[in-house]
Every structure is written in C-alpha cells, then in structure tokens.
Write a new protein. Structure first.
Length: 341
C-alpha cells in the first residue's frame, strides 16, 4: 500500500535519507522544513535520486497555519517527525531556544494531526535519553536520565507522546531511539553536512581527511575500554532510514504503539573507527589525544532484540561500508551542499 507521508525536517541528514527510502518503496512524500539547519540544495539531489515524487513546503513546524494548510492540501496517512535542533553543547548554552524549538514543534504538530484526524506518527528520539547507562547493551527498559537540555527535550517529547497514547488508543506512535547515525547515501549525492565545526566523530574524521580540518582530537585514551578510547554504537544512515519504514509498517500492521532502539548492537571505539576509515579509503587521519570531555561516557551500545523481533528490522551495513560511503560523499562534496550551484 502506497501512502502519503509527511516528513518534518526532511531536508536534514536523516530526514533526506528517509525520504529517499520512502520514495523507493513507492510512497509519496511531503517534506516540511524551514531550512534553518539544512540546505535547499538537498531538494535537487532528491530529484536526481527519485524524480518528482515529493512536494516541499518551506515553513517552521511551529507555524500552526502552515501545518493546517499541509494537512488540508495533502491526504497525509502518517508523519515522521525529525524537525528539531540537535547539538548537545549548543543546547547547554541556549536551553530556552531548544525547549522552544523542539517542544514547540512537537506540540504544534500533534495539535495539527489531531485536528486533521491523522494519528500515525514515527518520532525521532535519541539514545541520549539513557544518559550515562547503568549497563550495556542498553535495552528499552533501561533507566531514563538526561545530561543536557537537548536530551531533556527528547525525553519530554517522549513523555508527551506516552501521555497521548494513554489518553487514546487511536494514536499509533513509534518512538525510535537512535544511537549514532553515520555514513551517506551510496550515490554520494546526499550526506551529513554540519554547519560549522562538526559535533560528531565521523564528519570530523571526513573533514580532516579532505583537508578542511587540521587534525582529529580524540578525547580521552584512558577509558575502561579495549583501546582506551570511547565506544559507541554507530549505525549507517541508510539502515536507520529503513528502520523508519519498518516502524511505519509495524504501526499499520499491528495498530499499536512501540518504543524501540535503532542501532547495530555492536560497540566501535573512536580509534577503531578512525583506523578503519584510514584503511578502507587510503587516507591519513592526523590526530591528537587530549583530555576527556565532561559528560562523555566510556561505552554505549544498543540491545537491538526488540527491533529485530517486533519490527523485523536489523542493521545490515558494517563499519567499512559506513566509512566508504562517508568518504564518497565528503570527497565529492568537500564543503557539503555549499559546493552546489
């Protein structure tokens, strides 16, 4: 069954890859984005990959009139909600901006969905809701605790959604807790293009490799991990995008809500990722070890049993593929979408 899916934040990194996977499965896509943290160049790249099977609405998701117009103009069957600010450090410095944006967009969207009678939602959450985990791998039943305003916005949004589910069984909501998305579309046409200095490991490695940054700082080499560097669960963005399709299918099939981790279930250290990137792409990554960053945890990876059993989904693409696809994107687009005309 081919549906019309609204993607908020659909020109962003994960949103754009999810739009591609939806269109490849025959769905119609409506992208809503205010372009505050993404590029309009993404739209041309999506057309190269998928043709004109999508519409674009440039608007802020907090704009109730713009939302109502979307639900009036298109036969929306379900919504995937990515729109939001996502830099942990920035959220510490600007908490009000994060609460206004991330909570405001979610409540505005839910009000518009209720008004339009659309009750199927996939919500982009984060493993940050687990904070410093008591144990790994992390199951969905782990204690929820946050260490930043960004993480708090995700947790509060989850709580709003849980209240909504409790209030009415007609809501079908999938809360997806991502671990660490990396990689790019294999075409090299779309990928991660952070504004300013990257906050995450993989785009920083790629920018060092392409000559945009002098060296990679590795924060801490004395963690209780196999090589002393931090360990995380990195998931290829195409696998992650396909997880959203599996969640939509689950909601349609089962008619009930779910909260689920999306990761690989395997931890990869910072050093292992850097060395794999260097080896598979034949590039040198200049690097320096420095002090640990406050708030960083030693190791964090997902228990992915629930996703496999309930969604019928599991990650397929390994760390070498993550590194190859990242480099293809970065080497062809050294300055991200600003290389585009």
């Amino acid at each position: 069954m081919h549906n019309t899916i609204l993607i908020t934040g659909g020109t962003g990194y994960i949103g754009s890859h999810t739009a591609v996977e939806l269109m490849l499965q025959g769905h119609r896509v409506v992208i809503m984005d205010n372009l505050c943290n993404s590029s309009a160049q993404v739209l041309g790249r999506l057309r190269q990959l998928c043709g004109d099977r999508f519409d674009f609405v440039q608007a802020d998701v907090r704009n109730a009139a713009a939302l109502d117009a979307v639900f009036t103009s298109y036969p929306i069957d379900g919504v995937i909600h990515f729109a939001g600010l996502k830099a942990v450090g920035e959220s510490v410095a600007q908490p009000l901006r994060y609460f206004d944006n991330n909570l405001g967009s979610t409540t505005a969207l839910l009000l518009a969905m209720a008004k339009a009678g659309v009750h199927r939602l996939v919500f982009s959450s984060s493993a940050t809701v687990y904070g410093d985990p008591d144990q790994v791998p992390i199951t969905e039943q782990a204690r929820l605790q946050v260490t930043s305003p960004y993480g708090r916005t995700k947790l509060v949004c989850e709580e709003i959604l849980r209240d909504l589910m409790a209030a009415g069984a007609h809501w079908q909501i999938a809360i997806l807790r991502y671990f660490n998305p990396v990689g790019a579309h294999p075409s090299g046409l779309i990928g991660e293009a952070p504004n300013g200095v990257p906050n995450n490991l993989m785009p920083y490695i790629a920018q060092v490799a392409v000559g945009q940054r002098e060296y990679l700082s590795i924060f801490g080499q004395d963690y209780p991990t196999p090589d002393g560097t931090g360990v995380r669960d990195y998931i290829h963005v195409v696998d992650l995008a396909q997880g959203h399709l599996a969640a939509l299918d689950y909601l349609a099939r089962e008619g009930q809500s779910i909260t689920v981790n999306l990761g690989t279930g395997r931890g990869i250290s910072v050093r292992e990722m850097m060395e794999t990137f260097s080896r598979v792409n034949h590039v040198h990554i200049a690097h320096r070890y420095t002090d640990r960053r406050p708030g960083d945890v030693a190791a964090c990876w997902a228990d992915t049993t629930l996703a496999r059993e309930r969604l019928g989904w599991q990650a397929q693409l390994g760390v070498e593929r993550m590194c190859e696809d990242t480099w293809r994107w970065q080497s062809r687009n050294p300055r991200g979408y600003s290389d585009s005309a």
